[in-house]
Write a protein that binds this ligand. Sequence first.
Ligand code: GLN
Length: 281
Amino acid sequence: MSICITAWLLQAKQQLAAVTHEANVEAKYCCSFVLQQSNTYLYTHGDQQLTPEQLLQLQTIMQRRLTGEPLAYILRQWHFWDFELEVAPATLIPRADTEVLVEKALALVGPDPAHIVDLGTGTGAIALALAKERPDCQVTGLDRQMDAVDLAIRNAERLQLRNCRFLYSDWCTALVGSEQSVDLIVSNPPYIDVTDPHLACGDVRFEPASALVAANEGLADIQQIISQCTGYLRSGGWLVLEHGYQQAEQVASLLTQAGFAQVESEKDYGGQWRISFGRWH
Ligand code: GLN
């Protein structure tokens, strides 16, 4: 059977609607991945016939995707900020919502070269975006999963970013020696409560619980991070945290109780409370 790009996209979109709200985006992502071409190419070459090899590869991807497996894990690649990252089932799939955390960190970091730390870096997404935007800054990404550290190192090599390093660390343990000297700490930690029904839906079912779920109504890791960070931030440094849309008040008050000043929360582009941040006195 022969089929052109436009016809394949249309058919894939209809099928993908059963498993994702992003059927259009995902259909194009699959096709551009297999053809190794941009979305613009798919649009301008819509009449091009797919080769039997391309079609077979696309069918294999679709079969797996239609069982619910996230496209990012099937392709072992996902988009974040303005680059593609290698991803693996051992790490969270980077989300566009997290870009608001990157933007806030960039806004807070100040004009001078700074030492930035990303706790629970996973694929390295946040750390790599910051390292890319601020080549004058030194970025350290930490993770307690060795697989994640190796993956983040590969991503940094692929993006040819040399102003970042990735280390094994149980939250802040690897920062010993950097007491009161870090300029900015960011983290997208696990923050979902184990009873949250969201965990039974869509892509999250395939993601590691260690990157998603935290005790104490989802706040346990955030509490630990806040209390550890106070030892490493310099006076005037910032802590920027991602959290659940119903946790802004609690996280802001945890920051205030720990002695942070100028504490604020902000929404993501979906209109959900997503980050809170504070300045170490
Ligand atoms: N925001 C993600 C979700 O709700 C979870 C990310 C996280 O736990 N850090 O699916």
